[in-house]
Write a protein that binds this ligand. Structure first.
Ligand code: SF4
Length: 346
């Protein structure tokens, strides 16, 4: 039982493909079928916030990643079900394949991308680690038909990266290779093509200033940033760390949106004690953008909306959705507006 013959599916994807029963809160729909490679030896890396880290995982079984279990299925079955589901519902636009840190991953990922592309015709994203993927591997991924390559850097500073997934943890990842890997991906996919993504997790210990500086740096390198809010995975080394205050996450979402749309830059924004206090635009313009709601929707490759991946169902019920998988309604916007100016820690 290993990739490329089998893959793991997020619970949301398993529900969407009819492999599991369930319904999304507020009738959300999933726009991207997320697949995860698997190997009997599991992941070789040791990221302290990850439920699959070699230091805590009990074998290859993926009990929890991004808050949910990832059951395993034959790839051919997943491809056939995805094709049928996308024919029924054009909201499904994309398949994302996440690689594990393993020496076999590059060649196996290429085979999965080829099979998914041929079997579904949908757009394909790949989420890779530059620790095992070279520039040549990225060129093979593109040649196999992937439209997007994303690098999960996750941590906003070199110090946090080393402490949470690099040398300090005994893990394999190195910040310098990740920065080089972003440049490799941009050179392979084309600068300005908006085809290279970087995953960033907010709440790993960075200040708002550090997060926004990192986001700007990614855009200056030709990559876009996709935001996640830290959620403590059961059994991960950071299982007792709190989620970041929602006010902090909202400010970073807004700053990232302004940078993504070319409306502001890190150097035009203002920070006090590391906290974002001005977005580099007149307040009425910022308010109009905020009230449009778009900055608070899930950011990712087109069509990727990851419903409820960053919060519990009860938090979603309370209006504390970190990434909206649909356009926020007027009530949501009122809630967001109150959250973004909130000064007290939750
Ligand atoms: S943004 Fe979504 S589709 Fe793109 S790499 Fe990340 S999880 Fe995959």
């Amino acid at each position: 039982m290993a990739s490329p013959d089998t893959v793991r599916l997020s619970t949301a994807a398993a529900m969407t493909l009819g492999f599991q029963r369930g319904k999304f809160y507020r009738n959300a729909k999933l726009g991207c079928i997320n697949l995860l490679m698997e190997y009997d030896h599991g992941c070789r890396a040791n990221c302290l916030y990850c439920g699959q880290a070699s230091g805590v995982a009990e074998g290859p079984e993926c009990k929890s990643l991004i808050r949910v279990a990832w059951p395993s299925y034959p790839l051919t079955k997943v491809i056939a079900a995805t094709r049928k589901a996308a024919e029924r519902d054009p909201f499904i636009q994309r398949v994302c394949v996440s690689a594990l840190t393993s020496p076999e991953a590059p060649k196996d990922l290429v085979r999965i991308v080829q099979a998914v592309k041929a079997g579904t015709g949908l757009r394909v994203s790949t989420l890779i680690t530059p620790t095992v993927f070279t520039r040549e591997d990225m060129a093979c991924i593109r040649a196999a038909g992937a439209e997007n390559i994303t690098v999960a850097v996750d941590a906003a500073t070199v110090e946090l990266f080393d402490a949470l997934r690099g040398s300090v943890t005994g893990g394999l990842h190195r910040w310098a290779r990740y920065m080089e890997g972003i440049a490799d991906a941009v050179s392979v996919m084309g600068n300005g093509a908006r085809a290279v993504g970087v995953h960033l997790i907010i709440g790993l210990g960075e200040s708002e200033e550090e997060a926004v500086r990192f986001i700007q740096g990614c855009y200056d390198r030709g990559a876009r940033v996709h935001l996640f809010s830290f959620y403590p995975e059961k059994k991960a080394a950071l299982q007792n760390r709190s989620q970041p205050p929602i006010s902090q996450y909202r400010r970073i979402q807004l700053a990232r949106h302004l940078i993504d749309r070319g409306l502001s830059r890190f150097d035009a924004m203002r920070f006090e004690g590391g906290r974002l206090t001005a977005f580099g635009l007149p307040q009425e313009e910022v308010l109009a953008i905020l009230r449009g709601g778009t900055p608070f929707m899930t950011t990712g490759c087109s069509g990727c909306n990851r419903p409820y991946a960053n919060e519990t169902p009860s938090q979603a019920l309370e209006g504390k959705l970190r990434n909206y998988p649909f356009a926020p309604n007027p009530q949501d916007i009122g809630m967001i507006e109150s959250q973004i100016v909130e000064r007290v820690m939750e």
